[in-house]
Design a protein around this ligand. Structure first.
Ligand code: AMP
Ligand code: MG
Length: 476
């Protein structure tokens, strides 16, 4: 049992203006909360060693492992539409990268690891609540088959973090294909540092989109990956909550689980984030916001698209304009599967929209309605069950024309269990009293979201009226 991590760092080899090289800030008394043994194995790291004193010291930022080259990455971004010329890892340190067992390069980053030059007014720390939330939700997303950053471990710091009240400090170890964001490109583009922009594009292409040719090819690949991603979010009722350009990855992974939430009863305009006053990042606005973010990436990449600026603008615009069509196709593929269709017909989008409209009018639970389709329980999800009957008849006729194995397709496309807000909250509250059992149970049930045991039925239930979580808060 030795803690050995085979670091193979590439970001640290990029020019100096990409980051500030610095170690994490040590904490008073590291304590283990959880190590993700499955992910550790994927990364070739001994999970037992990670859970040992030496491992926990590393996870808390008290010891820098051999081969790490710790640094804080710089980036910029549009936050709620407003331009921030300099953001960056204000509470995170990239330890380095490893090759996973498939040869894929993965970042290992400590989040909550102390102040950096990019902390602005922040303390560089995280508290246990957001760390548990990110751990649960990111791992649930992965189990749902949706691209995401992962959680390798959570530790407490033995220090207090002051937010609305004093809370126990914690550090999450985040694993990502990379932490390169739309905002990373924006940072160099805004400074007209074209050499750095080119180096970043070359790095991102080699790392994430090796078949992409040049900056335009990179743009197309990111548009594609992000369209696929957000269509998949919509398919599980996920609301990211802070789709700022610095939270939009180049890899196409979901990143930054702040005020995110899964919907209980379906409504297209649902917003949970306490800081999203105007519903900018509401559930049904996510595709529009995404295309806005991708247009910012297109703008940032323009200087790399050749001398002829007009031609570059025309080409980049054409790429961005392809998004709505591409997104519709991804969205349709996701929702066709959810209603059990293996084939495509012209009226399918209408059929799906009609169901969603009825669900919204009848406060139907998003997850449970789709999961129950084809059983008598489906109509019980609607305040007026007869509203569902007419739709069901049309759907049955469509299924008959389809002739596929609808039941098995739906069972693989409609999760039984998602990380419902009130359950995540419950796990956080228990953790604050050092009871990590609800967190452990959630993690274990959410690891197989498409099948679950009879004994876990309580986790599939929407909250009671008193139990509804109406607002979620950022981890800051
Ligand atoms: P986020 O809302 O998590 O996407 O963060 C936006 C920006 O604020 C990023 O540059 C973060 O590094 C920074 N930030 C968030 N929380 C903190 C904190 N507690 N201390 C320092 N910087 C922070
Ligand atoms: Mg962020």
């Amino acid at each position: 049992m030795t803690l050995h991590i085979a670091f193979d760092n590439s970001y640290a080899a990029l020019p100096a203006q990409f980051y500030t090289r610095m170690p994490p800030t040590p904490v008073r008394a590291p304590g283990l909360v959880k190590v993700n043994a499955g992910l550790a194995a994927e990364l070739g790291i001994d999970a037992e060693a990670l859970a040992s004193d030496a491992g926990v010291a590393m996870l808390a930022g008290n010891a820098v492992p051999e081969g790490a080259d710790p640094l804080a990455q710089v980036y910029a971004g549009h936050q709620f539409g407003g331009w921030s010329p300099q953001l960056g890892d204000g509470r995170a340190i990239l330890l380095g990268e490893v090759r996973d067992r498939d040869g894929k390069r993965r970042d290992i980053q400590l989040k909550g690891s102390g102040p950096t030059p990019y902390s602005r007014m922040g303390d560089g720390r995280a508290w246990l609540g957001p760390v548990i939330r990110e751990y649960v939700v990111s791992e649930a997303m992965h189990a749902l088959g949706i691209p995401t950053t992962r959680a390798l471990a959570a530790v407490t710091t033995g220090e207090t973090v002051l937010r609305e009240a004093p809370f126990p400090g914690a550090v999450l170890t985040r694993v990502a294909a990379s932490h390169i964001r739309v905002g990373t490109f924006q940072y160099f583009a805004a400074r007209q540092d074209i050499a750095a922009l080119q180096a970043l594009a070359d790095h991102a292409i080699a790392r994430h989109h090796p078949r992409a040719e040049g900056a335009l090819g990179l743009l197309d690949a990111v548009i594609d990956a992000q369209a696929r991603l957000v269509a998949r979010w919509m398919g599980v009722g996920f609301i990211h909550g802070v789709m700022n350009t610095d939270n939009t990855t180049i890899s196409g992974e979901t990143i930054d689980y702040g005020p995110c939430a899964f919907m209980d009863s379906y409504h297209p305009e649902t917003v949970y984030s306490s800081i999203d006053q105007f519903g900018r990042y509401a559930f049904n606005r996510q595709p529009d916001i995404l295309v806005w973010n991708l247009a910012q990436l297109a703008t940032a990449l323009l200087p790399l698209m050749g001398e002829d600026r007009e031609a570059a603008i025309e080409a980049a615009t054409a790429s961005v304009h392809r998004f709505p069509e591409m997104f519709r196709a991804e969205w349709l593929a996701v929702f066709r599967a959810k209603i059990g269709l293996a084939s495509a017909e012209d009226g399918d989008a209408d059929l799906i929209h009609r169901l969603l409209d009825l669900m919204a009018q009848n406060q139907a639970d998003f997850t449970n309605t789709f999961r129950a389709l084809g059983t008598p329980a489906a109509r019980d999800q609607f305040t007026d069950p007869t509203a569902f009957d007419g739709w069901e008849t049309k759907w049955q006729a469509r299924l008959a024309r389809d002739g596929g194995d609808a039941a098995s397709l739906m069972a693989q496309s409609n999760p039984a269990v998602i990380p419902r807000n009130h359950r995540v909250e419950e796990a956080i509250q228990a953790a604050l009293s050092e009871d990590f059992a609800p967190f452990g149970r959630l993690m274990s049930v959410l690891s197989t979201p498409y099948s679950f045991a009879e004994g876990d039925t309580d986790l599939t239930k929407p909250p009671t009226e008193q139990g509804v979580v109406r607002q979620t808060f950022c981890g800051t």
